[in-house]
Design a protein around this ligand. Structure first.
Ligand code: 6GU
Length: 227
């Protein structure tokens, strides 16, 4: 998969994909993330990519021209399955969206800043809008990093143990059960017996029960999705 990200602050995206599972996805050749600096498409030598909004009001708006030129330039090299705009007024990102996007080949992600991008870019180029939650960030970059991480780790072949992503919280609308590792007794705090007895059927039943219980107490809204 190729993910191109357009930003006025691409440095914000240098580190998130250089570690752990994201690095593995890259090293295995399964995910390439490229960042593109929108300033290279500024309308003048001052690096201008935004301007005051029509109708007045505080805050700058990102100009059509740099974005349109950048997008059309990238489209000459690649066909994108989705052109995604990161914006707090988009639909809230969830595991089901991550699953769907992980099956695509090429994605282009546009990060907004200030008051956002000119509506005409949204109307004519953007095919998908994503928010990561009901709070406002100063730019789309950190949100894009969240989305790319969630997508990247479930690209087929990225995780060693293929079942590992299937048992994540949310994959079945249930939170993951508690997990334990050695020692079996730490300061007198004991690991539940059932996990030590070596009966895989009982362990599976216990985990499901714990998942249900956790979901019921912490996220009852998720259980409604079973109805
Ligand atoms: Cl995608 N962008 C910004 N700027 N703020 C956000 C967001 C995105 N999602 C939640 N808050």
């Amino acid at each position: 998969m190729l993910i191109d990200i357009v930003s006025v602050a691409p440095e914000l995206l240098d580190s998130p994909f250089a570690h752990s599972i994201m690095k593995r996805a890259h090293d295995k050749g399964l995910l390439q993330v490229r960042t593109h600096n929108l300033r290279n498409w500024a309308i003048n030598k001052h690096g201008q990519v935004d301007d005051y909004q029509y109708g007045g009001g505080a805050g700058m708006v990102m100009l059509c021209e740099p974005l349109a030129n950048m997008i059309e330039h990238l489209q000459k090299e690649h066909t994108y399955d989705e052109i995604i705009y990161m914006t707090p007024d988009g639909p809230t990102f969830n595991q089901s969206m991550a699953n769907q996007l992980s099956l695509k080949n090429n994605l282009l992600i546009i990060c907004g800043h200030y008051k956002g991008i000119d509506q005409r870019i949204r109307d004519h180029y953007i095919t998908c809008e994503i928010s990561i939650g009901d709070y406002v960030l100063s730019g789309g970059e950190l949100a894009a990093a969240v989305v790319v991480d969630a997508i990247g780790r479930i690209i087929p072949g990225v995780l060693n143990d293929e079942t590992s992503a299937l048992t994540d919280s949310f994959q079945d609308n249930l939170l993951a059960p508690p997990v334990y590792t050695r020692p079996a007794d730490f300061k007198g705090w004991k690991v539940p017996d059932i996990l030590l007895q070596g009966d895989p059927k009982k362990v599976e039943a216990w985990r499901l029960e714990q998942s249900m219980e956790r979901t019921k107490t912490r996220r009852p809204d998720l259980l409604k999705k079973w109805d």
